[in-house]
Design a protein around this ligand. Structure first.
Ligand code: AMP
Length: 225
């Protein structure tokens, strides 16, 4: 099962992606997480990507596209994958489609989490990242995934690990830039969504991202069947 998941930053895409990943037992490949790990490890890729990420810009396609296509060729991807954060523009969509076509594969399903831009923005600033596992959901504004308090500080509700914020989650200019890119239906991520909506044979699930995390999960998992 090859799945693409789309949603603006702040739509709960990462949280929902983790649930979908568990259902299908395929690797959850997050382009942003790959970059963040590379930055933390001080690799050449991380050093190249950091300034773009800090500004809220896309990392250039000549870095991002081969990175993701190489990742999809790794052995854990033979039974499928869930791709999150890629493609983000028409060139990435075309490159992915072309690479899959050459390998005799296709995208089976596109999950699109639809959310108003203002709501998405409000949600971003409250999220916290667990230092142990990026897929442990924590958000100060949502009761269901509120971090817990330990020794006077907030820690991960799943594992008790320390929490951090992403620099680009606290910078309003960077948030606006990322949303400009996401909602751009001509050259941005919505153009990539529409690209795959136009490819025959792909199942498209469009889900309202405004309700609670549980309701959105129910809607996605219910439609996946
Ligand atoms: P995310 O965690 O998906 O919000 O990604 C964080 C940042 O990583 C983005 O704001 C971009 O700077 C960079 N990034 C992630 N995915 C891509 C992509 N597909 N193309 C270019 N840059 C990306």
């Amino acid at each position: 099962m090859n799945i693409l998941i789309f949603g603006p930053n702040g739509s709960g895409k990462g949280t929902q992606g983790t649930l979908v990943q568990k259902k299908y037992q395929v690797p959850h490949i997050e382009s942003g997480a790959i970059f963040r790990k590379s930055i933390a490890e001080g690799t050449a890729l991380g050093m190249k990507a950091k300034s773009f990420i800090d500004r809220g810009d896309l990392v250039p396609d000549d870095i991002t596209i081969p990175m993701i296509l190489d990742r999809l060729r790794e052995s854990d991807c033979v039974k499928g994958w869930l791709l999150d954060g890629f493609p983000r523009n028409p060139a990435q969509a075309q490159s992915l489609h072309e690479a899959l076509r050459k390998a005799g594969m296709n995208v089976d399903c596109v999950i699109e989490i639809v959310l108003d831009r203002e709501i998405a923005k409000l949600r971003i600033t409250g999220r916290r990242l667990c230092v142990n596992d990026n897929n442990h959901p924590n958000h100060v504004a949502f009761d269901a995934i509120k971090p817990v308090e330990k020794n006077g500080k907030l820690v991960c509700r799943v594992c008790g690990g320390d929490l951090k914020t992403r620099a680009d989650d606290q910078d309003e200019t960077a948030i606006n830039k990322r949303h400009d890119i996401y909602y751009d239906a001509k050259a941005g991520t919505m153009a990539a969504v529409n690209y795959f909506k136009g490819v025959a044979g792909i199942r498209i699930l469009s889900v309202d991202g405004a309700p609670s995390i549980e309701e959105v999960s129910k809607s996605i998992l219910g439609q996946l069947g």
